[in-house]
Design a protein around this ligand. Sequence first.
Ligand SMILES: NC(=O)c1ccc[n+]([C@@H]2O[C@H](COP(=O)([O-])OP(=O)(O)OC[C@H]3O[C@@H](n4cnc5c(N)ncnc54)[C@H](OP(=O)(O)O)[C@@H]3O)[C@@H](O)[C@H]2O)c1
Length: 274
Amino acid sequence: MQNLNIVFIGGGNMGQALVTGLLDSDWNADSITIVDNDQAILSKLSEKFSNCHVYSQSEAALNLADVVVLAVKPQAMQTACEQIAAQCQIKRPLIISIAAGVLINSIDSWLGGELPIIRCMPNTPALVQSGITGLYANTEVSAKQRELAFEILSSVGTALWLEYESLLDAVTAVSGSGPAYFFYLIEAMMDAGKSLGLNETQARELTVATATGAAKLIAKSDQSAQALRLAVTSKGGTTEAAINTLQQYDMKKIIETAIKNAATRSQQLSNTNE
Ligand SMILES: NC(=O)c1ccc[n+]([C@@H]2O[C@H](COP(=O)([O-])OP(=O)(O)OC[C@H]3O[C@@H](n4cnc5c(N)ncnc54)[C@H](OP(=O)(O)O)[C@@H]3O)[C@@H](O)[C@H]2O)c1
């Protein structure tokens, strides 16, 4: 598959993360094309990905495309799709959209209809090849194209399939926006550490290493999060004192409400992008 031609429309943060991931997974650089509007981004792309093709216009690139990855901002999606619609109708490549909150039906109608389209939601740890992506495919997508999309998104972390497009709202709320929740917790833990006398560097090192370690521990374990928590919570001990406080403020309910609000917002944004 690594010789199939992939065209990225949009070479910003996420487009670049995906190209980096593909090159690190030994994808043939000569099979990767990046198209972008922005002159400053184009010169950066030509330098950073000197073995790939970098264009300011999509026409030449799309003639050979097996896959087109739409990596522009949601508000730029309609224009981007309409610019490439005629060529997509001739070549009928697999379309992969990473735009948050833009429904497959909208993308399909802007592209002229009946194309194989996969909509997905990666997250920013993709920038360090540690992302997770939820994917949903329409009925035009073949088994081979599903495999291909999975391979592309797995180059920047892990990926999982969803049964319904609407589940992308839950993915957006849990993992799409999720890194920010962890950054917020890290911020709060660092502030607490500093209020106990640690300096900024010490507070950051202790908190970030703990977050990374806890994440690695649960990823390698077959135990539930609750079991792992109880295993480090001795009766009358320090962890229990902290957990009791979190429970007193009903931290679980706060997080549940926050994530439900994110999912509702994702749904609202999808409706406005229709
Ligand atoms: N960042 C995240 O956490 C995250 C997570 C999941 C999904 N996403 C999705 O990923 C997508 C890309 O996000 P990003 O942060 O990478 O955006 P970005 O940095 O703004 O990159 C998009 C690039 O595409 C260019 N562009 C816009 N319209 C174009 C067109 N018609 N043809 C060619 N190039 C075009 C833009 O140029 P101009 O600026 O000149 O228009 C810009 O350089 C978004 O839809 C976002 O929802 C992002």
